[in-house]
Design a protein around this ligand. Structure first.
Ligand SMILES: N[C@@H](CCC(=O)N[C@@H](CS)C(=O)NCC(=O)O)C(=O)O
Length: 207
């Protein structure tokens, strides 16, 4: 059976849990990472020498990197609705996933670690303010995309493209920061919330 290593409040683990739930997979999960057993534990490093969650063990096949895991699971289970086989569609899904992991994530990191996780290394107000400014800029780009396209990032259908972005959107609304009103992003948040898998692993009260 599929085994997922990682704490369920980690944004990267949540991507895998949300994907697994969308597919309807049976799995077991072990808590590792901040607040649980440390990922520096030799037992964990045997599974992922990079010392981060998530990692999966799929009947002996070990895979790290949240986005690679989501794509692997969707492909393995034939979910072309989540991860299209058409080359150009697939490339667009991957572009959205990459953006969610890079430009969109980068601004969110300092305010999240400073204001929510309250990590001592992230208490610099200027760093937090710069993060909020960058996150806001990226959310405005998302707003424009959703207002002109949508209802999902790839158009009519929910795909893996929505998973990294959907989790940052949840944090955007949960973090104690000033937010401009973004109507299309709000509507997107509500639309994602119609999905039981998102209510379980995305909009579940945890930033
Ligand atoms: N690029 C990796 C990043 C993984 C990562 O940074 N994971 C964080 C949690 S979101 C982690 O393991 N932090 C250490 C900890 O929780 O102790 C992925 O997408 O899987």
């Amino acid at each position: 059976m599929l085994k997922i290593y990682g704490r369920a409040n980690s944004i990267n683990v949540r991507k895998v849990l949300w994907t697994a739930e969308e597919i309807g997979l049976q799995y077991t999960r072990e808590d590792w990472g901040r607040g649980f057993r440390p990922t520096t534990d030799p037992e964990f490093l045997k599974v992922n020498p990079f010392g981060v969650v998530p990692v999966i063990d799929d009947d002996g096949f070990i895979l790290r990197e949240s986005h690679a895991i989501c794509r692997y699971l969707a492909t393995k289970h034939g979910r072309v609705d989540l991860y299209p086989t058409d080359l150009k569609q697939r490339a667009q899904v991957e572009a959205w996933m990459d953006w969610g992991q890079t430009d969109l994530y980068v601004g969110m990191r300092a305010p999240f670690l400073g204001l929510v996780a309250k990590q001592p290394a992230f208490q610099d107000e200027k760093l937090i303010a710069a993060g909020v400014a960058e996150l806001t800029r990226q959310m405005q780009l998302l707003e424009a995309q959703l207002a002109n396209g949508g209802p999902f990032l790839m158009g009519n259908n929910f795909t893996l493209a929505d998973i990294p972005a959907g989790l940052v959107v949840n944090r955007w609304f949960c973090m104690p920061i000033d937010r401009p009103e973004l109507k299309a992003v709000s509507a997107y948040y509500d639309r994602l919330s119609e999905r039981p898998a998102y209510r379980l692993h995305g909009r579940n009260g945890t930033p």
